[in-house]
Design a protein around this ligand. Sequence first.
Ligand code: SF4
Length: 366
Amino acid sequence: MPMRIDPWGEAISRDYARLMEEFGISSFDDLADQVPDPSHLVRRKIIFGHRDFGRVLKAIEKGNSFVTMTGLMPSGRMHLGHKLVVDQLIWYQKHGADIFLCVADLEAHTTRKLTLEQTRKIAIEEYLVNFQALGLDLRKCNLYFQSQSDAVRNLAFTLGTKINYSMLKAIYGFGGTTSASHMFYPTIDISDILHPQLKEFGGPRPSVIPVGVDQDPHLRLARDIAARFKDDYKFVAPSSTYHRLMWGLDGGDKMSSSKPETAIFLTDTPKDAELKIKDAFTGGQPTASEQRELGGDPSRCVIYEMCVYHLMMDDTELLQMREECKAGKIICGECKKKALDLLKKFLSDHAKKRKEAVKVVEKLLK
Ligand code: SF4
């Protein structure tokens, strides 16, 4: 049966090889060696796939203009899974990208039934303040709210002239009960992706959209429509990179704010974190003696994953943790304590940085 990816759903296949084959995503291994100053996300193969990323690398190498575009959907609390995109934006900002950051309030409004006022509050308190506190300089980004951009809306109506119901049904699985606004939403989304290439925003140039593989349907549609409007706008097909999604703390496929007990939120207190880590799923054996005898399996351990993605930036230390786990030299209790200490430090440092970030965001949106 063909695979379908739902950008608004909870479930996503962990079979990345099959996803890549089915949807024509190239392996990032082909390009990883050419990435200057590679981040831990590249070194650790968390970013595993791409479409046409070579042209973005070329722009970086030559010092040419390029765009990094992303959106945030303000519908719940920001968790560590969301942080992956911010880490990439920070890297792109350091490497000269013209960053477009869209607050996808219309998306939250149409797919999560929130009012625009509610989405604005969530966007500011949960996302923008956290983005700034993590190290992205929002003052140097093209930040906009989807509902307030005439350029995005107008382009969406034009792009929509070459999109029909059959295409949307094939890509998103829309059916008889999908609302008209939800059905129109992908047109807005691809307009977000393509509008930085309009003349008034810098013109046609390479662009990259770093996403979890669950967002690939939007990329496929955007690339298809960019080609259909090539004569009108001279769009360069948007490039994309794909990162692995963080698991939930219970070992589920995707960390999600709709299951708060399985997510570490950026505004969790150290006490919250302690309770959640205590119950987190590991790749350990049922008893300490079996663990010492047989070793654990870091490849299916949420604690190890958290260290790989966010907590342990030193590759040697991480490798040591992995080897000690496999050899049964550490047991899960000790390992959880180590990860929890790192997590608590991260959360308390972040809480301090948020205070300064609130002032920056307030000034920016005044
Ligand atoms: Fe995971 Fe650590 Fe247990 Fe290994 S020892 S399974 S890395 S918690």
